[in-house]
Design a protein around this ligand. Structure first.
Ligand code: NAI
Ligand code: MG
Length: 499
């Protein structure tokens, strides 16, 4: 047993092999020589010291990327060749699933067995999905009213900057990089300062697979320095960002103040999960808990506002609380554990302060609410009832295992409540009625609506929100188009009098 009272994991953590910046195909120190520590959230102890990229390192990475785009082979080679290299990269990831899973588990406190069975194999498949699309990118033949032959070319947008968060280090990495590579772009990616380890490992495998130097640069560092430098860079043609709404605003502002680069923003949410009287109750309870405690609630798509129709409310509440109490929190390397530690001290304290706020606001704490153990950043699954829609715990993204439970009477009320949020990322609906499902899916302002399921992510399903959850899609062929520019080409068919 460790000091948390949980079985100490016998898992052998692999040595961290890559700790430097990956620029122009090489692992290098930062120009300033600076480093930062990445922390194991199970203990708060240091895992490794990582080279800290700042503006001058971003400048170097952008130069390499620019050269690779303007003169290098990547955008010019037959797309099928790009696809072949990407497929090889995916195969190499498959050969290192356990090592990469261990890196994300120790860096982010994510469940090792989930990473190994699902998330890391899924990253390889995301690369394959976009590799398969690489040689199917084409424009359209147009039909002008006058006598012109006109068509569109879809061209890579150029040098792209990606800024990603820490909650899904691997999935975020490939969901940005893979469509961008398939489109023929070159790029600089900044992983979150909390979780730089797997991104550097992917960079190493990308080089082995044959991705040319300068095409994919990975520069760990902090947001205010390295991240801000990407957004303000005059030579970056597009920025794709996932993170907080607050920083999303900064990204847009910096883009506007520099070269007016287009941006896409995926910015979290406070998503509604709505359960109707006719729902399969066991299934609804299971989904509702999962929708908030999966990945310790550190999911932009968490269904953290749970609305239950009055006919089943009492029974639902009872079963949900029972299930939450039985949920196992502990070492993410233990296969029996269902929830690991929050990513870092800042996130841990933020969640606990929201819980205190919920109590002060007058919501009823049904279960949870406290830290688990006395070491590391573990928090109990927490359920509040008697929540009013204007309370902070029903409005703000908590990004932790905290449910705000509310009751509704009619479908009209459910629609109104679901839309009563500044966010619009996803929504979940549980019902057996086709009419109810159809009405809800057309009435909720969100980027994705899951009916009788939750977290149903798939490579071919576009993902991304509306309202203050941002804009732009990170999945499906829609994501490919984020990295493509439409060029129209026009030529007269006859000796046209207009030319
Ligand atoms: P954050 O938005 O500060 O960090 C996300 C990424 O942006 C990181 O790579 C960070 O280094 C970078 N960044 C920070 N400031 C920047 C700047 N001025 N310019 C460019 N890049 C910058 O998010 P943080 O502080 O880690 O988490 C705070 C809250 O944000 C969470 O509690 C959660 O509510 C939300 N969040 C949402 C995510 C999502 O998936 N949409 C992911 C992570 C956090
Ligand atoms: Mg870490």
């Amino acid at each position: 047993m460790n000091s948390n009272g949980y079985p100490a994991s016998s898992f052998k953590i692999p040595t961290v092999k890559f700790t430097k910046l990956f620029i122009n195909g090489h692992f290098v120190d930062s120009l300033s020589g600076g480093e930062f520590e990445t922390i194991d959230p199970r203990t708060g102890e240091v895992i490794a010291r990582i080279a800290e990229g700042t503006k001058e390192d971003i400048d170097l990475a952008v130069k390499a990327s620019r050269l690779a785009f303007d003169h290098g082979p990547w955008p010019r080679m037959p797309a099928v060749e790009r696809a072949r290299i990407m497929m090889k990269w995916a195969d190499l990831i498959d050969q290192h699933v356990e090592e990469i899973a261990a890196l994300d588990a120790i860096d982010a406190g994510k469940l090792y067995h989930m990473l190994k069975a699902i998330e890391i194999p899924a990253t390889a498949n995301t690369i394959r999905y976009y590799a398969g699309a690489a040689d199917k990118i084409h424009g359209e033949v147009l039909k002008p009213a006058r006598e012109f032959h006109a068509y569109t070319l879809l061209e890579p947008v150029g040098v792209v900057g990606h800024i990603i968060p820490w909650n899904f280090p691997s999935i975020m990495f490939v969901s940005k990089v893979s469509p961008c590579l398939a489109a023929g772009c070159t790029m600089v990616l900044k992983p979150a300062e909390q979780t730089p380890l797997s991104a550097l490992f992917y960079a190493h495998l990308a080089k082995l697979a044959g991705i040319p130097d300068g095409v994919l640069n990975v520069v760990p560092g902090f947001g205010a320095t390295a991240g801000a430098a990407i957004c303000s860079d005059m030579d970056i043609d597009k920025v794709s960002f996932t993170g907080s709404t607050e920083v999303g605003r900064e990204v847009m502002r910096a883009a506007a103040n520099s070269n007016l680069k287009p941006v896409s923003l995926e910015l979290g949410g406070k998503s509604p999960f709505i359960i109707f009287d006719d729902a399969d109750l066991d299934k609804a309870v299971e989904l509702a808990l999962m929708a908030v405690v999966y990945n310790k609630g550190e999911v932009c798509a968490a269904g953290s506002r749970v609305f239950v129709q009055e006919g089943i409310y009492d029974e639902f509440e009872k079963r949900l609380v029972e299930k939450a109490k039985a949920w196992v929190v502990g070492d993410p390397f233990d296969p029996n554990v269902q929830q690991g530690p929050q990513v870092d001290k800042k996130q841990f304290e933020k969640i606990l302060s929201y819980i205190e706020h919920g109590k002060r606001e007058g919501a009823t704490l049904l279960t949870g609410g406290k830290r688990v153990g006395n070491k590391g950043y573990y928090i109990e699954p927490t359920i509040f009832s008697n929540v009013k829609e204007d309370m902070l715990i029903a409005q703000d993204e908590i990004f932790g295992p905290v449910i705000a439970l509310m009751k509704f009477k009619t479908i009209e009320e459910a629609i109104k409540s679901a839309n009563n949020s500044r966010y619009g990322l996803v929504a979940g609906v549980v019902t057996k009625s086709l009419d109810t499902a159809n009405t809800m899916s057309r009435s909720i302002r969100a980027g994705v609506v899951w009916i009788n399921c939750y977290f149903a992510f798939e490579n071919d399903i576009p993902y991304g929100g509306c309202k203050m959850s941002g804009f732009g899609k990170d999945s499906g062929l829609e994501a490919l188009h984020k990295y493509l520019h439409v060029k129209s080409v026009v030529t007269p068919i006859y000796n046209s009098p207009w030319l």
